[in-house]
Design a protein around this ligand. Structure first.
Ligand code: ADE
Length: 418
């Protein structure tokens, strides 16, 4: 079996972490059992480009037990957990091509190596597989039934491919399932971003001014958890509606130029580029901490930061100190890459349970129905999404009420009024 990982000796530690994560993934666990019995994906070739974590390992195992032939590469050069990668290779016999800290060239070599498996289904987190197939590996398209996409940034890229009519196979936007983005993006990113800041810096969040750029589902989660830690939270937004929501959620809302002067910590979660740029860096206070939890490392204009700086040094793991020409120091976390997966372990398994249940069931849906789908971006079917919510509640031991027949009738009847 071909693979490229850091160190096979990390496999036993990785296996323990994969099993630990699995304990918190009961919905995926049920799918795993069913897949193992029924082998619904027998012989299907799936190439995945996801963050290589203990949670992803559980998804890979599920697909493999379902009969699929899977190969995995990382969706970010800094997010790989080398022990999980080693365990997947040694204990689960799944080919993995990912090393934490790999350079961009290796990242794309690895991506191409999983494409060499000639997938029928692609599984993306950021759309790098789809974009590589559509630009450099067009020969692979004829075998492909469809693909899934895990994240907001990837869905935006894929929808723009579909609207330019260049998308050549159907995609299921796992991100857009309610059981994904309302939980993973909000509570997952919220907690894991704070976790990343704390592991990298060990700062006391209470009393600090914490600036969140972007008030999408991820931004909401980060803002909520920062407030819960005692920080004074400021939101910066470009969309009026989201800004208004942030105001009425009780946050201070202002332009980044103003926030730049008073923030102690800055987190970007916008999905767009150069959100923090030289005009902001030069306004920042001494000791400001800058981080990104958006998918790509484009949200902080690092070349501009380098230009403004006269000195740079690593002061802790995942912390670089930039001394600016104005004499102030600012600290960049995790090279501006996804902080939560670089400096911490990503979202907890309990929330990835729903995201990856969506992935497993969407892959199966594609396999069964791909030939009936257009070259478009599709929502996760409602029955899969709702089914996951029902199962998650059940595994949490939570019972909810049911509408009576009378109530159901009332909801479907327009005649009954005052
Ligand atoms: N994205 C965010 N957190 C993750 C995790 N723990 N595993 C895989 N992908 C993730």
């Amino acid at each position: 079996m071909e693979y490229d990982i850091k160190d096979l000796n990390l496999a036993d530690k990785g296996k323990l972490r994969i099993e630990w994560a699995g304990k918190f993934m009961p919905v995926l666990g049920n799918i795993k059992k069913e897949f193992e019995e029924k082998k619904p994906l027998e012989g299907v070739k799936i190439s995945a480009c996801l963050h290589v974590t203990s949670e992803t390992a559980n998804l890979m195992e599920t697909l493999k037990l379902g009969g699929a032939q899977v190969a995995l590469t990382a969706s970010n050069p800094l997010s790989t957990q080398d022990d999980a990668a080693a365990a997947l290779v040694k204990h689960y016999e799944i080919p993995v091509f990912a090393i934490k800290g790999e350079d961009n060239k290796t990242y794309y070599e690895h991506l191409n190596q999983v494409l060499d498996f000639k997938p029928q289904v692609t599984m993306d987190d950021g759309a790098d597989l789809v974009s590589t197939i559509h630009s450099k590996r067009k020969d692979l398209m004829k075998e492909i039934i469809g693909g899934t996409e895990e994240t907001t940034t990837g869905v935006i890229r894929l929808k723009s491919m579909a609207s330019e009519k260049v998308l050549n196979y159907p995609i299921i936007a796992v991100n857009d399932a309610k059981t994904k983005h309302l939980f993973d993006n909000r509570y997952g990113t919220g907690q894991s971003t704070i976790d990343g800041i704390l592991r990298a810096t060990n700062v006391l969040l209470a009393g600090l001014t914490f600036v969140v750029a972007g008030y999408g589902w991820c931004g909401r989660g980060v803002a909520m958890r920062a407030r819960g830690s005692g920080s004074n939270v400021i939101i910066c937004e470009v969309e009026p509606l989201k800004a208004l929501e942030a105001v009425m959620d009780g946050f201070r809302v202002m332009s980044l130029n103003l926030a730049a002067e008073i923030g102690d910590i800055f987190v970007t979660v916008t999905g767009d580029k150069n959100v923090l740029s030289s005009e902001h860096f030069s306004r920042m206070k001494e000791g400001a901490i800058i981080a990104n939890s958006g998918h790509f490392n484009v949200e902080i204009d690092i070349p501009a930061l380098e230009k403004l700086a006269e000195e740079k040094r690593k002061v802790r793991d995942f912390v670089e100190e930039y001394t600016l020409k104005n004499g102030k120091k600012v600290f960049l976390l995790a090279q501006g890459r996804l902080l939560n997966l670089s400096a911490a372990e990503g979202h907890p398994a309990m929330v990835m349970d729903m995201s990856f249940a969506n992935q497993a069931l969407s892959a199966l849906y594609l396999y069964r129905n791909g030939d009936k789908l257009q070259k478009q971006v599709y929502a996760v079917p409602e029955e899969i999404d709702e089914g996951i919510a029902i199962k998650k509640l059940k595994t949490m031991g939570i019972m909810i009420d049911k509408l009576t027949a009378e109530q159901e009738k009332y909801l479907s009847d327009w005649k009954e009024g005052t």
